[in-house]
Design a binder for this molecule. Sequence first.
Ligand SMILES: Nc1ncnc2c1ncn2[C@@H]1O[C@H](COP(=O)(O)OP(=O)(O)O)[C@@H](O)[C@H]1O
Ligand code: SF4
Ligand SMILES: [Mg+2]
Length: 335
Amino acid sequence: MGALLQIENLSVSYRRGGATIQAVDAVDLEVPAATMLGLVGESGCGKSTLARAIMGVLPGNARIAGGRVELAGEELVPSTEARRRERLWREISFVPQTAMNALDPVYRLRDQMREVLCSRGGLSAAASDARTAELFRAVGLDPSRLMDFPHQFSGGMRQRAAIALALALNPKLIIADEPVTALDVIVQRQVLDTIRMLGRDLGLSAIVVTHDISVVAYLCTLTAVMYGGRIVESGTTAELVGSPAHPYTMGLMNASPDLKARIDTLVPIEGAPPDLSAPPPGCRFAARCPFVLPACRELSPDIIEISTGHKVACHRAGEAPALRELAGKVATWSA
Ligand SMILES: Nc1ncnc2c1ncn2[C@@H]1O[C@H](COP(=O)(O)OP(=O)(O)O)[C@@H](O)[C@H]1O
Ligand code: SF4
Ligand SMILES: [Mg+2]
């Protein structure tokens, strides 16, 4: 059997002014059943665009320029709007960065849950309320708060409610876009613990989109690193954190306060991701890469599998152990 979610050669572009922005460029990615995959990269790398393309909720100026997505063996992208709506909530659901984008401020939580559970799930009001209480408990909310409005909840509680809503109809897969970014650090940890527990107890599959590689290291068994609209490295989280093979992944880890074990200080990657309306012809990381060779600026690296399941798009992937050694030195990044 194939993976639960299979993304093949997916490209998404935006029109803005006279320009075409190639936000997602020929992405291949698989999420097996009962697996959490972290999609990580800096702001502007195309993560949200990829998440929205899978969900079928791209803005009007976006276009799927090619490729396909399959969920549980059935084509999800492209698909008819009617079929997409049928599958939304039941098979796949979304947790946005800001819970207020999922919750309606003028309705009580109970009624928002009924909207999904009764209208889409066919439950009676009483059955919906019972299921809501169960979901509230699962995400660490007190069921006695069912009659509250979203504004009566703290930020962390609202994010838990958005997760409960996403879980309402037992979807096979949830996509969470920066689920804890808007929360303060202590609450972040609580919400991450909740997501981790749901993965373990419900066998939930998820794509967790984040700019913070330590969130992925905490939650996800698989990781895909996105840069300049492309997946540049993917594999098990243990492998990527233990033996990163793409210089960008190495740099991300040096810049993460929780994972800086291989270097004794935080080292940011200088510069910014490429302008996706005019991406460079070769490797998109070339302008910031401490290991760049002349060929990197001309030839775009293919993705190769360097060990089972560990894929990298870098001309120097074969030298990864030596580059890792150098990447652990501050001077490498400040040169
Ligand atoms: N609605 C939009 N219209 C035009 N360009 C967009 C739109 N949304 C995002 N982009 C551009 O697409 C690229 C990828 O953005 P995004 O998917 O939001 O990245 P990320 O989630 O990794 O921060 C960026 O260059 C961004 O400016
Ligand atoms: S292909 Fe070249 S520029 Fe790109 S990450 Fe590898 S070494 Fe750096
Ligand atoms: Mg985003």
